[in-house]
Every structure is written in C-alpha cells, then in structure tokens.
Design a protein around this ligand. Sequence first.
Ligand SMILES: Nc1ncnc2c1ncn2[C@@H]1O[C@H](COP(=O)(O)OP(=O)(O)OP(=O)(O)O)[C@@H](O)[C@H]1O
Ligand SMILES: [Mg+2]
Length: 279
Amino acid sequence: MPVNARRFIRKMRGGAQAHLLEADDGKFYVVKFQNNPQHRRILVNEMIAAEILTHLQIASPEYQIVRLSREFLAANPDVYLQTGTRRVPVEPGWQFGSRHPGNPDTLAIYDFIPDALLGQVANADQFRAVLVFDRWTGNADGRQSVFFRAQLKDWLAQPGVPPRKQGFVTLMIDHGFVFNGPHWNFPESALTGLYPRRMVYQTVRSLGDFEPWLSRVLNFPAEVIDKALRQMPPEWIAGDEAELEKMLEGLLRRTRRMPELLHGCREAPGNPFPRWVEG
Ligand SMILES: Nc1ncnc2c1ncn2[C@@H]1O[C@H](COP(=O)(O)OP(=O)(O)OP(=O)(O)O)[C@@H](O)[C@H]1O
Ligand SMILES: [Mg+2]
C-alpha cells in the first residue's frame, strides 16, 4: 500500500538528490523522485532490484511507493532539486522510498565503518550474497551499504540468535544503477559490483561460497519481476514499456551465465579472491 509523505527531515547526499521524509505510516523513507537529476528509470531499477533482493533473501531495506501531494510540497519548500544554480521543483506524484531502518533521530546510520568494525558485522556474508546480485544485474555503481547497531535477532535471517545480543548489521542500498542505470543493458566488466573494501571477500575459495544465493539466481522465477511490474506506478515507465521488456528478457537469459560472471571478478585488479582454489 502506498504511503503519503507528511514531514521533510533532511536532504541526503548523492547524485539522485534523495530526501529523507516521514510518511503517514509513521516510518521514514529515503525518497528518490521521478524527476531526479539522474533519470526517471532509476526508480524503476530501484523497485525491481528491491523485489529481486527480497526473493534472493539478501539484506536490504524494505521499500514503499511514497506519494507527494501538492499540499505537502507547498508546505515543505525545502523539498526541491538543484541543478547548478537552478532550483527545480519536485513534481507531485508517486516516488520511490527506501525505508530507513529506524528513527533517524535516535538510530545512527553509517555509510562506512573502519575495517576493524567491518570484520565484526554480524551479517558480513551479505557482501558475498550481493556480489551475485550485482554481477547478474550489471550494477554500474560501486557496491554501497549502510551500517547501524541493532538487536541482532531483529535483522539476521537465521534462527537461534540470542534475544538481547547487539551488534553491527549492514543493509545493501542504492540500486539506481543496476541494469547500467538509464541505459538498460549489461556491459562486461571485471569490476562490476565489487565492494571497495576487499576484506569482505577474504574467505572466498570457490563458487560454493556464493551459495545459496547463486542457486536462487540460477532458479530465478520470472514471477518476481511480474510482481514488481504490477505494483509499479505506470507513469514511471510510460513510453519505456518495450525497452523495459527487452532488458528484462536479457536479465532472465543472463542467469545461466552466473558462474562465468562470478569467475570474471578474478580479472579485476588487486585479486579480490586471493584464496581461490582453481577448478
Ligand atoms: N534505506 C536507507 N536507510 C538509511 N539511509 C539510507 C537508505 N537509503 C539510502 N540512505 C542514505 O542516503 C544516501 C543516498 O542514497 P543513495 O546512495 O541510494 O543515493 P544516490 O543519490 O544514488 O547516491 P550516490 O550518487 O552517492 O551513489 C546514502 O549514502 C545513505 O547514507
Ligand atoms: Mg549512492
């Protein structure tokens, strides 16, 4: 169910000029607008990526379609886009909201944490998981995630986490440039999807280390994409329908190339998988 924006919190950094907004479900969303400076297709990519990540069971924020009314925009003049010195109004209508994992007043979110803490992130295996996703979807942006401290049982997929244990968790964010952003194609590159902090791959020895996510991609059901398309506001894809369908067919065909696409990382400078066992 879509939600309505009711309060502007702050502007976020980044090329899409996302805004942190509170919605009428009482939750907070990092919202990218249809007329963001990158491209309208960024919203389509974010929404399809969010549905795929949920299916693959990779830690990523929930999302919502967030409606901005004319009244909200009139009452919140700080919500606008900037191109050079020009102030561009945000168009009312349906936007993409990536759910903030808590209350921004009380929960600190970090884009980066020191290596010593990175080693202690409770779900650090998600960097291996999301590499499968990024190779498959041709994510043209560097891998990005957010980190925060939380009760682990609320955020880890596995059972048996002690009830009060606290620790750092990560969520994978920023999927505007999957499918090569507005280009909707899949360029070949050894670097695609690699996280700049290579220690997250230090245990990788073989394709088996990318399970169970690799098998989930190899057996990916097209219905997951259909579900995303059914829920997508039609104005996000008006005039783009045929090109979108062509790109998504390419995505589904590409699943069978997964082993090769993961192997391809090993051509990247600096050898991301130093412990790889040939074979
Ligand atoms: N779900 C979320 N919860 C909390 N913070 C978030 C969430 N999504 C994004 N952010 C924050 O908002 C910032 C901007 O988001 P994002 O990276 O998706 O936008 P962008 O404009 O594509 O950025 P860039 O151009 O730098 O890659 C992130 O750096 C992160 O700090
Ligand atoms: Mg970003």
